[in-house]
Design a protein around this ligand. Structure first.
Ligand code: MSP
Length: 510
């Protein structure tokens, strides 16, 4: 059976330049994509920008720009950020592309043909910032302003002719779908929120707007543009060439394995999206994971709150891999995470420079001085060698399972623990005192190298650039990295040449 894996990030609104919250979604998705690749999967990793709708139209108007020209500019900053973050995405989709237009158009026509859409009138609250409709009990009055209770963004009253999707009809099928697919929504707490929202009753959903023009026109009525969320969600299909269901990408990668999103957009992905798909006769994705927010102080980091930590500035000051490591380790995945420069710095100094960087340096320079730049000759391992080497073998299945449940923290904790054990092993074994016992000295160095190799493979999805630098010691290249090789305790060949490497992480001095 083909091992295929399709993972997506949300497509970002190019209404302003990217911030740390966007970088976070992308880095996490890249982690999973890289992990599945070294596990032997054929991975399709998609990211992109969500360019239609009133929010973008207004942002463009504010700058007196044509919306397409405005999107071209800002979408490019998101694309550049993907490169800067070293994302291994296979595609970058923009909803203003023709291929996307074609898919949305087709999906709409199917829904219309199946009588899932009808024309009526919408009157109610709308938040342009969230591009979401809210019912009376979902809004509140703060200082004379009507705002959404969940996002805090301002809502405005809307009354216009609109096409509606028969969402109410899908309430029962959705509940059945959730109970038959208990891991469709993760984490568990979010799943419960979604289920109780659906249980509380679903109203038909307005899926077109008439009062502005920046979007994809309803095929049968050009006065309307398609609701931006129906448009945006379809990106996951357009990138794999839907509506051509016979093409290789679609056959291999639909249904998607994992839509990774922030918790604020769970309703769109876990309620509307599967309902649209079920209604169109298309299989829903296998999983939607709603991660927490990156907080600055106690608040969500966002442009409108003006509390943004700029990922580009952090990367320029500290480097990319420290940021990737820090976000993946310090934010308990699924929950909100408060980040700060101080915590980033102590993470660089302790885990990356002291534990990982130092381990690589001291083992290789000890080897160079005492054995030469080559893998030492060995005979048999002793009990304490196997004790440390076999940790990887013993945790192999667990690591896979935890990753498949998006338990990033289990994976990171395992690495931190192994780094600690590896340094302790080298200290306790004191190879510098074994110069009269070459066999033992060789074995200690060999074991330490095997550990560096295994840990570097585990670190590759997190800090790809640095892990590859470390693996250069053993002449291992990106294409050779396989997760399963951590099972092998004698992967390295005696007498093979090794390479010296420069410092992996510089300590931050205060
Ligand atoms: N365009 C929609 C998504 C459409 S997907 C078919 C959108 N865009 S967004 O740019 O506003 O947000 C994109 C993602 O970034 C969301 O998953 C959101 O949760 C995430 N983040 C935005 N700010 C965030 C934080 N401060 N912290 C973590 N992620 C947050 O919604």
């Amino acid at each position: 059976m083909d091992k295929n894996f399709y993972i997506t990030t949300p497509i970002y609104y190019p209404s302003a330049k990217p911030h740390m919250g966007h970088a976070y979604s992308s880095i996490v998705a890249d982690f999973f994509a890289r992990f599945k690749r070294i596990q032997g999967y054929n991975v399709f990793f998609l990211t992109g920008t969500d360019e239609h709708g009133q929010k973008i139209q207004r942002a463009a108007e504010k700058q007196n720009k044509d919306p397409k020209e405005f999107c071209d500019e800002i979408s490019k900053t998101f694309k550049d950020l993907s490169t800067l973050l070293n994302l291994s995405n296979n595609d970058f989709i923009r909803t203003t592309e023709k291929r996307h237009h074609k898919s949305v158009d087709h999906l709409w026509k199917i829904l219309e043909k199946k009588k899932e859409i009808y024309l009526s009138k919408y009157s109610g609250w709308y938040s342009v910032s969230d591009e979401a409709f809210y019912s009376e009990d979902e809004i509140e009055d703060i200082d004379g302003n009507k705002v959404s209770k969940s996002s805090g963004s301002q809502v405005e009253w809307l009354e216009e002719e609109s096409f509606f999707f028969k969402l109410s009809k899908w309430q029962k099928p959705l509940l059945k779908f959730y109970s038959e697919n208990p891991n469709f929504i993760l984490p568990e707490t979010r799943k419960n929120e979604v289920i109780s929202f659906v249980k509380s009753g679903l109203k038909d959903l307005s899926v077109s707007r008439k009062s502005f023009s920046w979007g994809i026109k309803v095929p049968s009525n050009k006065d309307h543009v398609i609701y931006v969320w129906l448009d945006a969600l379809t990106n996951y299909l357009s990138a794999i060439n839907y509506p051509n269901e016979d093409n290789d990408l679609y056959k291999k990668f639909w249904p998607a394995n994992l839509h990774l999103i922030g918790k604020d957009i769970l309703r769109f992905h876990a309620v509307y999206w599967p309902a649209f798909l079920l209604a169109a006769g298309i299989k829903p994705p296998l999983r939607v994971y709603g991660h927490g927010w990156i907080l600055s102080g106690e608040q969500k980091m966002s442009k409108s709150k003006g509390n943004i930590l700029d990922p580009i500035e952090i990367i320029n000051n500290y480097g990319l891999d420290p940021l990737r490591y820090y976000l993946l380790k310090e934010v308990s995945f699924g929950n909100d995470g408060n980040i700060s420069k101080e915590k980033l710095e102590s993470c660089i100094n302790s885990d990356l420079a002291n534990n990982y960087g130092n381990l690589c340096q001291r083992v290789i320079s000890f080897c160079e001085k005492n054995i030469g730049l080559k893998i030492p000759q060995i005979n048999e391992f002793e009990a304490e060698d196997l004790q440390i080497l076999d940790n990887y073998k013993n945790s192999f299945e667990d690591l896979k399972i935890h990753i498949d449940n998006q338990n990033i923290n289990f994976y990171l904790n395992f690495i931190v623990e192994q780094l600690f054990k590896a340094n302790k092993y080298f200290n306790d074994q004191e190879p510098w005192k074994k110069k009269d016992n070459r066999i033992r000295l060789n074995t200690i160095v060999y074991v330490s190298m095997e550990i560096i190799r295994k840990i570097s493979i585990l670190l590759y999805p997190i800090i790809p650039e640095t892990a590859l630098k470390a693996l250069k010691i053993f002449n291992i290249e990106e294409k050779d990295i396989e997760f399963a090789t951590i099972l092998n305790n004698k992967y390295l060949f005696s007498e093979d040449k090794i390479n010296k490497i420069g410092i992996l992480f510089n300590k931050v001095t205060k």
